[in-house]
Design a protein around this ligand. Structure first.
Ligand SMILES: *Cc1c(COP(=O)(O)O)cnc(C)c1O
Length: 376
């Protein structure tokens, strides 16, 4: 497999195809001019098809959280009330970003690994009618659980509340329909389900978000992580430099390669393929006696979280996989630390050969370390 480098089967970052790596190694080009602008606009337009929106897309140079901060701070003013629904680490981070931007944060928290539903949001909005926006993570990667973004957005729309969705580990790999579901703002990244390089956070904004952006109220955002700045450059410098700053040109080129691959495969096909990889891993682990953190109905199609077997040292298993097979898997976070492990099904981790190698290695580990012990 990947020679002496580690092969990533964590839920991000992900190992990418060679053609994506090759684009990163090309000579540096400038971030302006005709051919650059053409490439950039092609990627923007491709991302509209992935988000499934007729709205506006910006390719923000930064991490996923930069995009989350941009969404929150661009449409809300200091002192505004927001509802952050959270069932894990990344939902908690959205609350942290909102707090750091001087918003008044209310949270809705179902139990650990329990999905967030329309009912949770409905109850929280009834308790806090002054809330202007609901923030939610689509796929809470820390527990491998999918939240009901479609139902949440329906409720928020009925109340005239904006929706801000962290689709970082979902968009491109999990069924998502920005316009049909009525999502107002959504962010993703190049290096999770899209299988691109690290460094670009596509941000999509629908009509209501653009209205909020231009409603004349001073917003929490500064200059760089402000959607209004990015829109202004996309319009006024459209012909040669449709973004405010220097861009990581190699990264955008590599992103374009990955995005073209996704669109050629077909977005719906990608959703099915990754879910198929999930099924293969889940069934393989279940056959060995592992118990899953979540039932299939709420489990993410792109990440599997499983408990260690009785008597099994999860961190020893993870270290052994890395040492003996160069396969890196994810661990549990917070109170699940040492109790669960997480396998990502994005990027090259979804390849059938990679999954077979991983499952064989796990069976070998159990033979070597848990022989004679009960398997469930
Ligand atoms: C990976 C991840 C993030 C963090 O993204 P960065 O690029 O590290 O900023 C945020 N939210 C979710 C749901 C993620 O999976």
């Amino acid at each position: 497999m990947i020679e002496d480098r580690e092969f990533l089967m964590i839920p991000g970052p992900v190992s990418v195809e060679d053609r994506v790596l090759e684009a990163l190694a090309r000579p540096v080009r400038a971030h302006y001019g005709d051919s650059w602008t053409q490439l950039y606009k092609r990627a923007v337009s491709g991302m509209r098809d992935v988000f499934k929106t007729a709205g506006e897309v910006q390719l923000v140079f930064g991490s996923g959280m930069a995009g989350v901060e941009m969404c929150i701070a661009s449409v809300l003013s200091r002192g505004d009330a927001v509802l952050v629904a959270t069932n894990g680490l990344f939902g908690d981070r959205m609350a942290e970003v909102a707090t750091a931007n001087d918003l008044r944060v209310h949270t809705a928290r179902p139990g650990l690994a329990e999905p967030i539903t329309a009912e949770h949001i409905s109850a929280a909005l009834a308790a806090h009618p002054e809330v202007r926006a609901v923030c939610v993570v689509h796929h809470e990667t820390s527990v491998g659980v999918l939240n009901d973004v479609e139902g949440i957005c329906r409720i928020a729309r009925e109340r005239g509340v904006l929706t801000i969705v962290d689709g970082i580990s979902a968009v491109g790999g999990v069924p998502f329909e920005m316009d049909a579901w009525g999502v107002d703002l959504c962010v993703t990244v190049a290096n999770k389900c899209i299988g691109g390089p690290i460094g670009v956070a596509p941000v999509a904004a629908g009509r209501r978000a653009l209205e909020a952006l231009a409603d004349g109220r001073p917003k929490a955002a500064g200059w760089y992580l402000n959607l209004a700045t990015w829109r202004r450059f996309a319009e006024q410098w459209s012909g040669w430099h449709p973004h405010p700053t220097t861009m990581p040109t190699n990264v955008v080129e590599a992103f374009d390669v990955a995005l073209t691959g996704l669109l050629e495969e077909g977005v719906e096909h990608r959703w099915r393929r990754l879910a198929g990889a999930r099924d293969r891993v889940r069934e393989g682990l279940e056959e060995m006696g592992f118990r899953m953190l979540s039932p299939i109905a709420t489990a993410s199609p792109v990440t599997t979280a499983a408990y260690g077997l009785p008597g099994m040292d999860v961190s020893d298993y993870m270290a052994w996989l890395l040492r003996e097979h160069r396969i890196r898997i994810g661990g549990g976070l917070g109170e699940l630390s040492g109790r669960i492990f997480r396998i990502g099904h994005m990027g090259r981790a979804a390849e059938p050969d990679a999954i077979d190698r991983y499952l064989r290695a796990t069976a070998d580990y159990l033979d070597g370390h848990l022989r004679g012990r009960p398997r469930a």
